[in-house]
Design a protein around this ligand. Structure first.
Ligand code: AHG
Ligand code: MN
Ligand code: MN
Length: 344
């Protein structure tokens, strides 16, 4: 009998990987398609998905349990930690430790490298809870992750060079969006795939195969509260967006803003400001993963001068300006930089 899932309208040309395939089965199928796969990356992706389900459970209880509000501490970047920031950091570290496929983690919430199993090949960079200012007000938040292969020999201690790799070296990256539904979106460099959590089954199932970011769109996303702290080119760009009647959308959770723009077409901007000359967003924990996904889905990610993925990191918590999203819209936004820079 014909599998009814194969009849899904989104699925006519994708009979091999039907909508509704579980994440576990999808990962296994991809592993089988690769002659060099050892199964370690597959297990690591499953560990991340498991941690995501655990965080999702915590997030949906926010307001009921004592997990909302400030934790009373600051992270290494001087930002107030929310309780859920800390909970998510612990949950991910534990899942990756127990999963046994990760040699080290660097996290937005930790000062130093967390050393795990030295006999493993993979390093994970993570923003365990993105958009933490939105936790207490029931607005979408997320998790962002990047996976790299270590450079130093397996068996020895993880070195800084294993962590400070360019985004081009990512072997996989993704995000989990705790929104009106919970989604896991990831890439291993062969397209971008989205899975929605089916809550009664507790399984992520394929809902968005081969995601494509539209080349154009109407949405611009920027924190306009910083308008007077922006460079002139940014102010002019924003003014022009208004003159053209474009749509302003800004959630304040990068994952959610990025996801919406990738689905509908849009550009996300977090420029430098007078107070923050390198912008706010973190290269290792936020920019690189989303840049990899953006490029894999046909979009662009740049700091205004070069591809995000080509920036050589020099510090774990390094920040970068970020212009991200639909290819033509990002190109157009950064064309203002050239126009406004003084040519000697
Ligand atoms: P995080 O909660 O991990 O610290 O990240 C917050 C980031 C990002 O999610 C969001 O786009 C941006 O900060 C919002 O910053 P502003 O409030 O300055 O606009
Ligand atoms: Mn973040
Ligand atoms: Mn965070």
């Amino acid at each position: 009998m014909l599998n009814p899932l194969l009849l899904h309208p989104m699925n006519k040309s994708k009979l091999a990987l039907p909508i509704g395939t579980t994440l576990d089965r999808f990962i296994k199928q991809k592993e089988d398609e690769s002659s060099s796969a050892t199964g370690e990356l597959s297990q690591l992706l499953r560990d991340i998905a498991l941690a995501g389900k655990i965080i999702n459970k915590e997030v949906t209880k926010s307001g009921l349990l004592d997990i909302s509000g400030g934790y009373g501490s600051k992270n290494v970047q001087g930002e107030d930690q929310q309780k859920l920031d800390v909970v998510a950091d612990i949950r991910f570290t534990r899942a990756l430790k127990n999963g046994g496929m990760t040699c080290a983690i660097v996290s937005e919430e930790e000062d130093e490298i967390i050393h795990l199993n030295p006999n493993c090949r993979y390093v994970v960079a993570i923003d365990p809870l993105d958009g933490s200012s939105n936790i207490d007000v029931n607005v979408s938040i997320g998790t962002i992750f990047s996976i790299y292969k270590r450079i130093s020999p397996v068996g020895g201690p993880v070195q800084e060079e294993d962590v400070l790799q360019k985004g081009t070296e990512q072997v996989a990256a993704g995000y989990i969006l705790y929104g009106s539904s919970t989604m896991l979106v990831y890439t291993t460099g062969r397209g971008v795939h989205g899975f929605t959590l089916e809550p009664s089954l507790g399984e992520f199932v394929l809902s968005h195969n081969e995601m494509n970011c539209p080349e154009d769109g109407k949405i611009y996303s920027i924190n306009e509260g910083n308008y007077y702290a922006f460079d002139e080119w940014v102010r002019t760009y924003v003014d022009d967006c208004k003159k053209k009647g474009m749509t302003a959308r800004y959630i304040g959770s990068l994952v959610a803003d990025f996801h919406r723009n990738m689905m509908k077409g849009g550009v996300y901007l977090y420029p430098s400001t007078q107070k923050a000359p390198n912008g706010k967003l973190r290269l290792l924990y936020e920019c690189n993963a989303l840049a990899f996904i953006a490029e894999q889905s046909g979009g662009i990610a740049t700091d205004g001068k070069q591809r995000i993925l080509e920036i050589q990191p020099t510090a774990f918590h390094q920040r970068s300006p970020l212009y991200l999203g639909s290819a033509n819209m990002v190109e157009q936004a950064i064309s203002y930089i050239r126009e406004y820079s003084i040519v000697e």
